[in-house]
Design a protein around this ligand. Sequence first.
Ligand code: ARG
Length: 246
Amino acid sequence: STTEAAPAPAATGSVLDEIVKRGELHVGLEAGYMPFELKNKQGDIVGFDVDMAERMAKDLGVKLVLVNTAWDGIIPSLLTKKFDIIMSGMTVTPERNVQVNFASPYITIGQTILIHKKHEGVVKSYADLNDPKYIISTKLGVTADYATKRFMPNATIRLFETEQEAVMEVINGKADAFVYDLPYNASFFSQNSENLVFLDDPFTYEPLAWAVRKGDYDFMNWLNNFLAQVKGDGFYEETYNKWFLT
Ligand code: ARG
């Protein structure tokens, strides 16, 4: 048998060129994760990620198009080119990082817990919830789902399609606790504190980053320099204060 060198990969252009040529940046996200992407009263998708995406489009000299996509289809949709980038508060995990490339993290968060007020003083941390008598609600296919199964394997876990449905279980007294990313819980708690207690000490370490298709180093380079720019010129801070400190 003969040994042949593997054929050189076909020279593929960066999606950056496509974005500039079509005059539009297509961003995939799932609106429902405040304060990163949520629908306002007018039904427009707004949030931290959206402001970042708008600045990105402006810097590229193109129009921004948001593609609202259910979480469970968001990576497959990126891979089948339904959009150019995921900007959706996505945690960098080793498993996801096998499927996609991530730009440098733009924020670090962790899992926190909203408990029903009736457990105040009794449930003081995630460890106290690791008991079959406690029902924990969260969203399917997110890091809260994985963390709950890992840190509270004995609890009764109920998974929902959206953050909103899951957190409402606690409000309605059908679940004892809701596990989720700190910024979401902080926003939710600031609006609904009557029958909730916020255990706000994060028990996981999770960098969030923008995801792109693998191997597009031109786009990755553009994104990382964009992030350095907005971090240095005040735009990041201004946007952070707008969405996280109100
Ligand atoms: N950070 C979590 C994760 O990556 C949750 C992100 C949810 N984002 C959303 N737009 N619904 O699994």
